[in-house]
Design a protein around this ligand. Structure first.
Ligand code: ADP
Length: 431
């Protein structure tokens, strides 16, 4: 029999010394290198097995204190895994089945003990034991991996839960911020409108009581107040966009007239900077179906940016038909332009190319974000091309007829807030 250099440790459990000798002899004859120990009772065998490991145990079925079945059960109950070969009397098949069920590795009738048989059994038992040990090791590793996976899964689940909760908090914080913006800008508009109204009254020539210096000061109050109101309206519009509460009020109107009127509205700003302000409108059909107030807002945003960021040269609006159903309006300027790396984010809310506290140009950084949302709501798109130092070109493509958003509906005038009514007053009459 092929064994490695270390002898096998074998325990023979039998109360009959002659039988023990027979097994010893058979092992020796089979040329198995073995260190053989003996026990003559069940109790003795269990004690020996608990103190040291054995490669194999041969045990007699009939023992003085208990039978072999009880011994097999006791050994296995102790968690001892050594192969157990039971030596039985003649022809008791049922006992053999019970022994195997209880954890015996094999059984052999004492009358059939021979060196060849014994060596064969020993070899089989060891092979099975080795395979069992390997399987148990693999199982152990699998269990460890499984436990690790379960642990990692639990950690991931915890992290997912944390992210979910943080998201909820962020959403709540964003909602609070939007509500705060809406409230504060709404509340600030009321006193501001009073300031604007009273300064307008003071500027009326009929009042006449103001000196030139005082008139100039009141004019400044009025201009600054108007700027402030525009910024507040932007913040309010933005908070409405975030809350999905901004709607279009669609109607038919003349686009050529709207462009000319809007350009005239911002002309004073261009004059102040000695810029040429022009329009090039070429529309075979001038009638469009859109929200004139919101389209005017888009144009005012683009035009005031063009004037704000241009020191010399020209700002001009150009409009033409792309097809009978689509139109394009472009605002050009010869201003400072936008570097390619900044173009990607100028449409984001609060983003400005110059984000420093010392920046030259005032503004909320919301104009283009609102403009883009409005254009998209109109079923259009906005694109920009720019050359630093040369100027910029903001182009909007729009459908001639804007479709009503059936999900949100087209709000009635009655649903508009007081402030919007004021913003629409006067201007809307022209269309
Ligand atoms: P605001 O004008 O209030 O700063 P906007 O959203 O309208 O905010 O514009 C964002 C930024 O895009 C501006 O701060 C500016 O840096 C850049 N920008 C917009 N229009 C122009 C333009 N015509 N020329 C150069 N830069 C522009």
């Amino acid at each position: 029999m092929d064994t490695d250099s270390t002898p096998l440790k074998i325990l023979i459990v039998d109360d009959d010394e002659v039988d023990r000798m027979a097994v010893r002899r058979a092992i020796k004859k089979a040329q198995v290198q073995a260190e053989v120990h003996e026990a003559d009772t069940c109790a003795g065998a269990v004690t020996t097995l608990k103190t040291q490991p054995f490669d194999c145990v041969f045990l007699d079925y009939r023992l003085p204190d208990q039978d072999g079945l009880a011994l097999v059960q006791a050994i296995r109950a102790e968690g001892i895994l050594s192969p157990l070969i039971v030596l039985t009397g003649q022809g008791d098949e049922q006992i053999a089945v019970d022994l195997m069920k209880a954890g015996a590795s094999d059984y052999l009738a004492k009358s059939k003990i021979s060196p060849g048989r014994l060596a064969q059994m020993l070899r089989n038992a060891l092979r099975v034991h080795q395979a069992e040990q390997q399987a148990s090791l693999v199982n152990q590793r699998l269990k460890e991996s499984y436990d690790l996976l379960v642990e990692q899964h639990q950690e991931l689940e915890q992290q997912r839960q944390q992210i979910y909760e943080q998201n909820l908090q962020l959403i709540q914080a964003a909602e609070l911020k939007s509500r705060f913006l809406a409230t504060i800008s709404h509340e600030l508009r009321t006193p501001l409108n009073a300031i604007l109204g009273f300064s307008q009254m003071l500027m009326r020539p009929s009042k006449g009581a103001l000196s030139d210096k005082q008139t100039e000061m009141v004019q400044r109050i009025f201009t600054n107040g108007k700027n402030l109101l525009e910024m507040l309206n932007e913040v309010l519009d933005f908070s409405r966009i975030e809350a999905n509460r901004l709607d279009l009020n669609l109607k038919s109107f003349n686009l050529q007239t709207l462009i000319t009127t809007t350009v005239d509205e911002v002309r004073s700003l261009a004059v102040l900077k000695q810029l040429t302000l022009a329009t090039e409108v070429n529309l075979p059909n001038e009638v469009v179906f859109n929200d004139p107030i919101r389209l005017r807002q888009v144009l005012v945003n683009l035009l005031s940016n063009a004037i704000k960021f241009t020191e010399t040269g020209k700002v001009w609006v150009e409009a033409h038909e792309i097809s009978p159903d689509r139109l394009s309006i472009t605002v050009h300027d010869t201003g400072l332009g936008i570097a390619p790396k900044h173009i990607a984010y100028i449409f984001e809310a609060f983003r400005q190319v110059d984000q420093t506290d010392t920046r030259k140009h005032s503004g909320t950084g919301l104009g283009l974000a609102i403009t883009q949302t409005l254009v998209q709501m109109m079923g259009g798109s906005i694109t920009v091309t720019s050359q630093p130092g040369q100027g910029s070109r903001f182009q909007i493509d729009l459908p001639r007829r804007v479709e009503v958003d059936t999900e949100k509906g087209n709000p009635e005038q009655g649903e508009l807030e007081q402030g919007d009514m004021e913003r629409r007053a006067g201007f809307a009459e022209a269309f």
